[in-house]
Design a protein around this ligand. Sequence first.
Ligand SMILES: C[S@@+](CC[C@H](N)C(=O)[O-])C[C@H]1O[C@@H](n2cnc3c(N)ncnc32)[C@H](O)[C@@H]1O
Length: 245
Amino acid sequence: MPVDDAFARHDMAILYDAFNAHGEDGPFYLSLAQEPCRILDVGCGTGLITLPLAARGHRITGVEPGAGMLAVAKAKPGAERVDWIAATAAEFRSDERFELAIMTAHVFQVFAGDQATLAALANIHRHLAPGGRLVFESRNPLRRAWENWTAEKTRQTAAIDGIGCVEVFYQWRKIDGDRVIFDAVFTLQDTGEQRKSESTLRFPPRETIERLVRQAGFSGVDCCGWWDGSPYRDDSPEIIVTACA
Ligand SMILES: C[S@@+](CC[C@H](N)C(=O)[O-])C[C@H]1O[C@@H](n2cnc3c(N)ncnc32)[C@H](O)[C@@H]1O
């Protein structure tokens, strides 16, 4: 499965953190494991959640197929505490067995269809210790978040060290079944240079997600609708899934 330019290219990955700070999901993921344990962070990106988990004393493995993202993560302070694996969710291999696996910031939505999703979930399941948990989230398709992914509604700027002021906007272009194709367009304001990446995200409904998670071997599947533990409802922004191995 090819990785988007936004994640594969180093000159785009270095822009990621400035526009993707975690909100309430950050404390949610950081507090999932109370005691130090073995954690697998699939699609760990630049390590925004991985590195704080390592700093809390967890033994953590970060799996990431985007070369640019992985290079940014590995250059950060504390990176030596993490086992980094350059691979996709479906292809990574580790001799470790983990008590907790997470996919943060909607990584789950990069899996293009049922087959790709099952391959990823089954591989994660194989790497969990007995009783281990998988926790991830997907945007609720009933909220149609992509309708707000327009240049007018998403344009923002940030000052980035060594690069200067950068503007980004997101624009959805096409709906293909339950998948949304959109562009991320970055402009470096000092030079006018544009860096553009096309992405596709899948928006499966709750029933499909639960079916795939069970099919991959998980049990005890539970869904919340927000980071405070509110139960999932049709108008919830998120489908936050916890499943047991
Ligand atoms: C929106 S970023 C989230 C990064 C990180 N989890 C965070 O919280 O900031 C999505 C990440 O998923 C990664 N990704 C894309 N395809 C993947 C796959 N097949 N398996 C695992 N990760 C993948 C991307 O390279 C990217 O780093």
